[in-house]
Design a binder for this molecule. Structure first.
Ligand code: SAM
Length: 209
């Protein structure tokens, strides 16, 4: 019992608490070396993808963003068990994190993988990919930084692609499956297992002038 709670406290070290939620962070406040590339996984769920990426890229840092406490705790345990010094998780809303909290030009890649599709029309306003979200992406991505997006939901994909196509500073690039190693997320495994089609898109920041 005592050992179990010591393990929980130890794992909680991997939850990231911003010093102030009402100003932009400095990159060095998230991970100690701001020169290292940072990747952000929005809505990281149980953190399998985050942990797999962090294990495969020890020279980069990985921040998961997840709003559900139970999932944040699972991510912390996964990071602790794998002994990863380059991964942390922030319990916060993804839109707020992107639009208001992360520093300008801090991220080499932002991943949005199988976000909640909110299929009912009355809930569409809860969908993440909006012009405000895209403005946050453009601000947070470093020059040449990438946004990687996957969903199983065809109609949400179409809607998100229409929003993304309207952005001057984000250009779509090819994303063949063998472009680079990219672990499957828990939801991707689930949907592929059910034979669902997966829709994927990759964007890179471009200069607008
Ligand atoms: C469908 S799951 C996908 C999880 C993971 N990306 C995967 O592919 O396995 C969506 C996750 O995003 C989280 N989430 C949904 N909306 C969010 C938001 N606005 N901010 C932060 N997390 C959010 C949910 O709690 C859930 O864990």
């Amino acid at each position: 019992m005592v050992l179990a709670s010591v393990a929980a406290v130890d794992a909680d070290r991997f939850q990231y608490f911003p010093p102030d939620y009402f100003r932009k962070l400095r990159k060095a406040e998230v991970f100690p070396d701001p020169e290292r590339p940072l990747e952000v996984d929005l809505g990281c769920g149980d953190g399998s993808f985050l942990a797999a990426l962090a294990a495969g890229h020890p020279g980069r840092d990985f921040l998961g963003v997840e709003r559900l406490l139970g999932r944040v705790r699972k991510v912390c345990r996964k990071i602790a068990r794998a002994g990863l010094a380059n991964a942390k998780v922030l319990r916060l809303e993804s839109g707020y994190t992107l639009e208001w909290l992360l520093p300008d030009a801090c991220a080499a890649r932002v991943h949005l993988l199988f976000p909640d599709p909110w299929p009912k029309k009355k809930h569409h306003k809860r969908r993440l990919v909006t012009p405000e979200f895209c403005a946050g992406l453009e601000r947070v991505l470093e020059p040449g930084g990438e946004f990687l997006f996957k969903t199983d939901h065809a109609e949400y994909f179409e809607e998100a692609m229409a929003v993304l196509a309207g952005r001057d500073r984000l250009g779509e690039v090819d994303w063949p499956e063998d472009a680079f190693p990219y672990p499957q997320t828990d939801f991707e495994r689930l949907w592929r297992g059910q034979g669902k089609a997966i829709h994927a898109a990759r964007f890179v920041t471009v200069r607008s002038d």
